[in-house]
Design a protein around this ligand. Sequence first.
Ligand SMILES: [Zn+2]
Length: 219
Amino acid sequence: MVPPAPEQHSRPPSVVREVRLRRLLVEPPRGELPPWDPEAAELANDLARCTIAAEAWASIVDQCRSAAQRNEETIGFLVGRRVACRRTPTKENRRATHLFVAITRAITGEHRGDTVSVRFTSEGLAQAAGLLSFGRGGRSEQLVGWYHSHLELGCFLSDRDLMTHAQAFPGDDAIALVVDPLRREARAFARPQSRALAPAGPVQVSWLLITDGVTDRPA
Ligand SMILES: [Zn+2]
């Protein structure tokens, strides 16, 4: 008898939901400032909203560069997990907890791009879902955001990007990474953690590149 295929692998990636954090990391995110983000140094005064493993970053850049050679934008999902650290409350931000997203992998599936737009095919969404592993090391991987490229337009979220983000990732902490391989720029966006500002939509946030595997430290 053939066991039924695991159901979760046949589902397309769905909306990321907020998860209840089971533990707090005491240390804030650490890493190097991403060389492609021209404003990262200014933003770095805030705790980074995401860390990206160097291998994930390298595969995103490779994908964006090859698509650019074909004059196409490209797209994919950011995979990782949500973590929290304690922060020192300030007058501006009285929260004692800072949430950030540790991105460990980038995955993609079939998609169609041209010079100014890109979208997954429905098969591509299913392909990407099949690349998610469940329960590895006792932890499920989660879709924690998405990335796409712009061709010589610079890095921002267009009206259409904002709509995509709102529909696919209604959770507060999802990351939208935009990469312009021709300008060699990359910027990360997320909704502000302060509830008062969140309705304004995603803003540019600080991120860090991780080269020593610190994002995958066991609990
Ligand atoms: Zn865009």
